[in-house]
Design a protein around this ligand. Sequence first.
Ligand code: RFL
Length: 386
Amino acid sequence: MPEMTEVAIIGAGPAGLTLANLLQRNGIRCVVLEARDRSHVEERQRAGVLDHYGSEIFARAGLADAVIAGAFREKFLELRYEGEPHFFDGPSHAGGRAGVIVPQQLLVRRLLATFLDGGGDLRFGAEDVALHDLTTTPRVTYAGGELTAGYVAGCDGFHGVSRTSIPASSLTTYTFDHGIGWYTVLADAPPPRHALMAVSRHGFAAQFARGPQASRFYLEYRPGAEDPREWPDDYTWEQLRLRLGDPALPGGTITDKEIVEMRSFVAEPMAYAKLFLAGDAAHIITPMGAKGMNLALADAEVLARALTGALRGADDTALRSYSDTCLRRTWDYQEFSRWFTEMVHDAGAQDDPFRRRLARARFDRLWANPKAAEWFADMMAGTALL
Ligand code: RFL
């Protein structure tokens, strides 16, 4: 006989673990199936910014102390234009609201510990997950077991099995290639005083804190014309100094190198029968604007509330509108991410003076027009939809 649970959650990333914790607090039984082992999940370095809306999700659930204790609040974003600094004071334009720096792996580690300490059922190394009978009584099989569940939450990222279990005829997908490439390196190098993005005729670059002695850098590159994975580290540092306009930028050991696909993707609807997609399983967004992880958390909160209503209140209204609710925020953030991407990349475009001037106008508006500044600060804080 297969085991029974109320909600089967596929994937223990930010979306799956947030959902698991919120359901646990609402007294809903759930089982999390994670393909990888615990150390892999806990070590995966990716996002670093929890926006104001994201941190409020944990505050609302009484999880702030467990999950975001010690995180420091971001005040300024430095937008450096050909070496000239411009400081954007987000909190002062967004009623004091701002994001906090929380490395994704720390968030994941804390969510994992909180769920397990509360008696949560999380199965690592659950390979070959397959979903069956989604329109009747969902069944989930995996190497070593089988579950039946009232509902399935597909939180298994872009390459997971959940989205691909939906018949193609029931899904519309949108993909957009931003036509640029990003190379990211993690380095044992002192973090910047403020989150830093630099517009330069040599290409875009950015630097973000990833701990007291660690920075994540991003460098634009031309896909197809160059492969930055072949760049010697010295050349990477030379490019960073040039683009950040900081010849004295201290170097350090580069501990990780990755290509970030500057691609956006949305699957609609985010639900099929008793399967609900959350996070990267349903949408991916460029890192510009730092919304990927935050969208995953926002989906998880909406889904937790909707599942609780259906399972405890016998009211599936919120579950039926789950996809529409989450897609509104998803498209809003996709547009914001694209707007931001154009502003900081086109501003350095050597080959297109018209686009370059448009991007500069977009940039200047943030300092010249308080309403534009307010909108930008609200989008950064994740509070524009409130
Ligand atoms: P995740 O984090 O991919 O987690 C999915 C989990 O599902 C597991 N899994 C499976 N489990 C069972 N069966 C299967 N068949 C499975 N297939 C997969 C995986 O092992 C994994 O544990 O998705 P989730 O939870 O939706 O969270 C999404 C976020 O991780 C993602 O949006 C962000 O990391 C994106 N992102 C950033 N977001 C931000 O908000 N701010 C940032 O600054 C930021 N920087 C980044 C990023 C993503 C990056 N990469 C590499 C994609 C920087 C980078 C470099």
